[in-house]
Design a protein around this ligand. Sequence first.
Ligand code: CUA
Length: 181
Amino acid sequence: MTDASERDVARSELRWGLITIAAVSVIMLAVIYAGVVMHINPPSNVERIDPKGLHLSAEFTEANLGTKVEANGQITARIVTTQFAFVPRCVILPADTPVTLRLSRPDVIHGILVSGTNVNTMVVPGFVSQVHTTFRKTGDLLMPCHEFCGLGHSEMLATVRVVPKSEFHPGPDGRIACAAK
Ligand code: CUA
């Protein structure tokens, strides 16, 4: 009798152990699938950059900021957030197209969100914040800094101009900037 019940306990524990392993495996596979296949990962993707040499680095020099269509067709908007401005103040991107925002900053911690979308990330000195998204609505979306970064924090905002694909015409170098309105 005692033997049987001990065996029952062991079997029950084993069963729950296996269920737990199965559940954790499903969650881990979902996380890996989202990261590798769907490219969903935390914006702070542990990509380091020297904040002091930001404007000298190849990627975040002034001439390389704004929207660019890469050779492989990838559309990337590069933005530097500083106290207390975005460079550039406006980026233009096509709707219904996967796009990437890459942000970095030379000074203090900022945070950005694009109103009406799920784009929301901290921008931490020494790192590149990267967000993959697809904008569904067209129009000028406000992109404010939402992390208190100093006296000018409330003045710190930019615009993401989302245009229909048919109106997105980058130049021969793949670059496109917001036209003055
Ligand atoms: Cu930058 Cu608040």
